[in-house]
Design a binder for this molecule. Structure first.
Ligand SMILES: Nc1ncnc2c1ncn2[C@@H]1O[C@H](COP(=O)(O)OP(=O)(O)OP(=O)(O)O)[C@@H](O)[C@H]1O
Length: 382
């Protein structure tokens, strides 16, 4: 028998797994009605041919920011077509396009203007972009709303030049999405003053809200009656602990279903959710560790060594152990601080500044934040 036929015929708890994918945009976003209305309230101006104010959307990961922005985009696209108004909404994820040049080139491409991703000067690309607003292209009454998802990444990487350019282009409204409330520290006053933005905050979902979200998705994606009663509440409770992250809740549900398929059971049981949790955590840590540059791995190795010896970890002590491990092939003490910051951003460690008492100054204490066994496993067995 053909292997694909054999696998295709295998019984599955899933009716259609794609509805659990992160990229799927549901027609209904429970518990985000207020946020959708807030965005729409500003964007509706575009239908009256007025450039909407800039909007800034904040919230922790998995709180539905992207989903809401795309949902509002879809609805605005639909109505502007029906009413025949000259409005466009373009979505850009700044983890894919990380510089001003790339974002503007991408915008041109999305709008049908062929601009290369390298080779032109920045001024040429900006010119091509601004030309789109001329009579013979989209018309000078075009209103363009640009969603910049994960804008903090771009600002850290490339500064605020993009915002400077966009705030100085007529008929452009910016919708920035960020996981960090303090991302505006990367914007200089000259740009901040022209970004007249309205802020919309996305609170984390609580366990009950996550239950509602999962229930809607599970109706689309699982066969009837295959989920044990406790499965959805447990996924929701675990994700509520992880700062109300709907993406994590959906991952748990999908992975639990995959485990049921692997075990060839026709029900998804509560214990699969716990297994799914371990598997997701394991994959996350392994992915992070495997992609760390080798010097960073050495820093992590030093942290594991000190943690196993139950030593207090100061940056100085860490550097000594790191130097021993690298046997001379080491980076400077200053670079170690950058590494520590990066590991903290990745969620592998946490740092705390403590005062050593009068005259003795302050010192940084480092603690590993993930399960030791998992980490060692990822470091040495991959
Ligand atoms: N209210 C909701 N109803 C249904 N699905 C939702 C809801 N909120 C979020 N989701 C789903 O959860 C996943 C994560 O949501 P989304 O990507 O919008 O989060 P985010 O806040 O943009 O996260 P990040 O900052 O990490 O990008 C997506 O699959 C999305 O469809």
């Amino acid at each position: 028998m053909n292997i694909f036929e054999e696998l295709g015929d295998k019984n599955s708890v899933f009716k259609c797994k794609k509805f659990l994918d992160h990229r799927f945009l549901p027609d209904n976003l429970p518990h985000r009605e207020d946020q959708i209305k807030s965005v729409a309230k500003y964007w509706v101006e575009a239908l009256k041919n007025v450039t909407p104010p800039d909007v800034t959307v904040y919230g922790k990961t998995g709180t539905g920011k992207t989903a809401v922005a795309k949902f509002a985009k879809k609805q605005l696209d639909q109505i502007s077509k029906e009413k025949n108004v000259n409005v466009r909404v373009e979505y850009i994820r700044c983890t894919d396009f990380t510089t001003e040049y790339q974002v503007i080139a991408r915008l041109c491409q999305q709008m049908g203007q062929d601009v290369p991703y390298r080779g032109w000067t920045k001024a040429e690309v900006i010119n091509a972009f601004r030309n789109l607003f001329k009579k013979n292209v989209f018309g000078n009454d075009l209103i363009l709303i640009i969603i910049l998802d994960e804008i903090d990444i771009l600002l850290k990487n490339d500064g605020d030049g993009l915002l400077y350019t966009l705030t100085r282009t007529d008929n452009v409204s910016i919708a920035s999405i960020s996981n960090f409330v303090d991302f505006k520290q990367f914007i200089k006053p000259r740009v901040r003053s022209s970004l007249r933005d309205r802020e919309i905050v996305f609170p984390p979902y609580n366990a009950q809200q996550l239950v509602d979200i999962l229930q809607e998705r599970s109706k689309l994606s699982f066969n009837d009656g295959v989920l044990h009663d406790e499965v959805i509440p447990l996924c929701a409770a675990l994700a509520a602990k992880e700062e109300g992250d709907a993406r994590y809740a959906l991952d748990l549900l999908r992975t639990s279903g995959e485990l049921a398929d692997e075990k060839s059971t026709d029900m998804v049981y509560e214990e699969y959710v716990r297994e799914a949790k371990d598997q997701i955590e394991h994959n996350k840590v392994t992915d992070i560790v495997m992609t760390l540059p080798s010097q960073q791995q050495k820093v992590l190795e030093s942290l594991i060594y000190l943690t196993n010896r139950k030593e207090e970890i100061t940056s100085g002590r860490l550097y000594d152990v790191y130097k021993d491990i690298t046997k001379g092939d080491s980076v400077s003490y200053r670079r170690i601080f950058d590494f520590i910051n990066e590991l903290e951003m990745l969620g592998l460690i946490s740092t705390k500044t403590v005062s050593r008492g009068r005259g003795k100054g302050r010192t940084n204490l480092i603690t590993l934040q993930c399960d030791m066994e998992l980490l060692e496993d990822a470091m040495w067995t991959g």
